[in-house]
Design a protein around this ligand. Structure first.
Ligand SMILES: [Zn+2]
Length: 89
């Protein structure tokens, strides 16, 4: 006789979910890292201007270029803005 039903099914389901997450942990970590990094850089991307570290003049973004950054969890592609100063170039 099955004494108490109900709880058992849920437990198997949870183990399955945990197993799936564990199996994909590297993939998930990569996704999370990419999300965080892109979020961080998108704030920079939104900036239209920057301050020159050399002369302190304000200058505007000249464009966006894609670059690949190598990290512990693999390569991450980023769109970075590039700036240069008219005074110091
Ligand atoms: Zn400058």
């Amino acid at each position: 006789m099955a004494g108490r039903g109900g709880g058992n099914g849920g437990r198997v389901g949870l183990e399955e979910i945990v197993g799936t997450i564990f199996g994909k942990r590297q993939e998930l970590m990569g996704d999370i890292a990419e999300y965080i990094i892109k979020k961080r850089y998108s704030e920079e991307l939104k900036l239209g201007t920057a301050i020159c570290p050399v002369c302190g003049a304000k200058f505007t973004r000249k464009g966006i270029h894609e670059r690949t950054v190598e990290t512990m969890i693999g390569e991450i592609r980023l769109n970075s803005p590039y700036f240069w100063c008219e005074n110091c170039k």
